[in-house]
Ligand binder design. Structure first.
Ligand code: GP9
Ligand code: MN
Length: 636
């Protein structure tokens, strides 16, 4: 008994508590401790923190220690939550996201994982030890202030050396990507250095990249089949490809999209979402501009007022009227400020529409699409309408009276079950919209392109992974998670083709411009025309980090330590795991593509090619004052 008491009162117990905390933390952020045992060095830092305060002469040292220790724990807690959703720990560069999270509280709550709360449990014990035993231990083990200070200087210097990593040592990269303290110090160092450091590519390399991409589209199939027609693009919130043609208890989930694919359509079934940190708006950005988004923040904010010459501008050049409709707040994701620079002449957001019928975040898809059809029919032809749906948004809360089929008991209230219901709702809304276009007489002369912005069921969340694996009858992996459908419907064309070429949102612009026989004048195009390209290549930015890619039927996932070694490749058709050795050049190519895109954006390369600012100002002056106002104060 005496022995047990002695043990409980010894610093060993403190180490046990801290170990439990850190082992929980690392297992929640997918750090394998056998491969990254150095990550447990975090215990030394926590112990140092403990004794640094214990030996100090500060007035309220126990309270100050508690505040700091709790602060680190909250950061760990946030890391685990963030990792659960984004496959990444929290970064200072993404603190701006806090305001967006606050706007969508239901999504935030749905990402909480009970295991994260284990991290909080030992705080009272550690605090108790601090107050009751720290003085005794200092005496007993002769821990002097001088010794603690020396350890602090040594540890902080080592940590800074690892975080800054001046020689780019591989082992330091490994520690930086996994160990709690160095990871966050490295993140701060990198975000400061990134702004001052030179770009990893220069203009010549960017030109080499874009030329290499362009060489892949070398024939003229389907050229001009949509020439002169109106264009409606519907970006569908969280629409994944697996629902297309799939049945739940014998019932089609997307009967309307399936019907659309069945006649006068091109259906791309190897099409991937290549979003950045700006989810939905980066899907838009990449689709409209054929440029890659970045990891730090949505391009609509980072590069809001760059000069672009993407889809809205290219269509305008041909005499089209380009406008956008979305049933959520105009300022969300900075759309209302960014859209004029994208080339949209008008943006109808929630504030401009009738918002009396709401589901989840904003205006229901049925109401938004009905209002969009009314706006469309008012326009002089030709026009380009860009519509963004919303109802199928995480966490897929919708009144059960809107459900289109019964869910099995086991799927009721789950993300999977709720997702299928909101997908079915949006599918029905699109079906109604097409009927509406027919009734209004605008269908026959209009191309309708539909694609998903990004995944709805995150494969890194165990509940989704298990149920999806069961539903699909194969392991639910990143390839299926990232795969979104692209349908290009050309009424009366007789088209009926499933395009198997691997591609993504990056490829939308060159593919569609070929159909409309419109030449893209700028060289800065990082995607290819999927109807005239044999090979496909898409680089990823989030969930699978930079260096990850899909090339034809191979997907490559960069390692947790962000190094080529330890990465993973698999065949997306068979699921077979592949040796990564042959893919080192492709991995470098994925990074080059991302860096080239960033170079184009950072240096605003199209500013010297096009002068759109006068046009933007004219739009603002002539704009309908009842619609979302376009800001002009940043224009020269
Ligand atoms: C909001 C909508 C959703 O306007 O586009 O954005 P998301 O949260 O999916 O990025
Ligand atoms: Mn979205």
């Amino acid at each position: 008994m005496q022995k047990v008491k002695k043990l409980i009162q010894s610093p060993l117990m403190l180490i046990v508590f801290m170990t439990i905390k850190l082992v929980t933390y690392y297992s929640l952020i997918d750090v394998t401790l056998t491969r990254n045992f150095l990550a447990l060095g975090s215990i030394l830092i926590l112990l140092l923190l403990f004794f640094d305060f214990a030996t100090s002469k500060l007035k309220h040292k126990s309270i100050l220690f508690l505040i700091l220790y709790t602060g680190f724990t909250i950061l760990m807690f946030s890391d685990t939550m963030y990792f659960n959703y984004y496959n990444q720990t929290v970064s200072v560069k993404q603190l701006w996201q806090a305001s967006n999270v606050a706007k969508v509280p239901s999504s935030f709550i749905a990402t909480l994982i009970p295991a994260s709360f284990i991290l909080l449990l030992e705080i009272p014990f550690v605090f108790h030890y601090f107050r009751k035993y720290s003085e005794i231990w200092i005496e007993k083990y002769k821990i002097t202030r001088k010794l603690v200070k020396r350890c602090r200087y040594a540890l902080v210097s080592l940590m800074l050396l690892i975080a800054i990593n001046p020689l780019g040592a591989r082992n330091f990269i490994k520690i930086n990507t996994v160990e709690f303290f160095t990871n966050h110090v490295n993140d701060v160092v990198c975000s400061v250095m990134k702004d001052v450091s030179a770009s990893s590519v220069d203009e010549e390399e960017v030109m080499q990249e874009v030329n290499q991409v362009a060489e892949n589209s070398n024939s003229t199939n389907y050229k001009g089949i949509a020439k002169g027609k109106n264009l409606i693009v519907i970006q569908v919130e969280s629409l994944q490809n697996f629902v297309i043609g799939a049945k739940y208890n014998g019932k089609e989930i997307t009967p309307n999209l399936n019907k659309l694919i069945g006649e006068n359509s091109l259906y791309f079934d190897h099409y991937y979402s290549n979003i950045g940190k700006g989810n939905t708006v980066d899907a838009e950005f990449s689709t409209l501009n054929s440029l890659y988004p970045v990891i730090d923040r949505e391009c609509y904010s980072l590069y809001e007022d760059n000069t672009y010459n993407g889809l809205p501008w290219l269509m305008r050049e041909q005499g089209y009227y380009s406008f956008a409709v979305h049933g959520y707040y105009g300022d969300f994701w900075n759309r209302e400020n960014a859209y004029p620079y994208q080339g949209f002449q008008q943006f109808y957001s929630k504030e401009d529409l009738d918002d009396s019928e709401q589901i989840g975040l904003g205006i229901s898809d049925k109401s938004m699409l009905a209002q969009a059809a009314d706006i469309i029919v008012e326009q002089d032809e030709p026009y380009f309408a860009f519509l963004n749906t919303l109802t199928n948004h995480h966490p897929y809360d919708m009144d059960e009276s809107e459900y289109l089929f019964d869910l099995d008991e086991k799927d009721k209230g789950t993300m999977f079950g709720k997702y299928l219901e909101t997908v079915a709702y949006t599918d029905a809304a699109i079906g109604d919209f097409i009927e509406d276009l027919k009734a209004k007489g605008v269908y026959d002369n209009t191309v309708i392109a539909i694609y998903g912005d990004h995944h709805g069921l995150n494969a890194t969340m165990s509940e989704n992974k298990e149920r999806m694996t069961e539903f699909l009858g194969k392991d639910y992996d990143f390839d299926e998670m990232f795969k979104v459908p692209l349908i290009i419907h050309v009424p009366n064309s007789g088209l009926h083709k499933t395009v198997k070429t691997t591609g993504g949102q990056i490829d939308f612009l060159p593919t569609v411009m070929n159909l409309f026989d419109i030449t893209i004048p700028q060289p800065y195009i990082l995607g290819r025309d999927l109807l005239n390209s044999k090979d496909g290549f898409v680089a990823f930015t989030v969930y699978l980090f930079e260096g990850s890619f899909v090339k034809n039927n191979v997907m490559f996932e960069i390692s947790r330590e962000k190094l080529f070694e330890g990465s993973r490749a698999w065949n997306i058709d068979t699921g077979e795991e592949l040796d990564i050795t042959p893919y080192e050049d492709d991995y470098k190519q994925a990074i080059k593509l991302k860096d080239s895109s960033q170079y184009i954006l950072k240096n605003d390369l199209m500013a010297s090619m096009f002068d759109h600012n006068k046009t933007i100002k004219k739009d603002a002056d002539e704009g309908d004052p009842t619609q979302t106002n376009y800001p002009v104060d940043t224009l020269d």
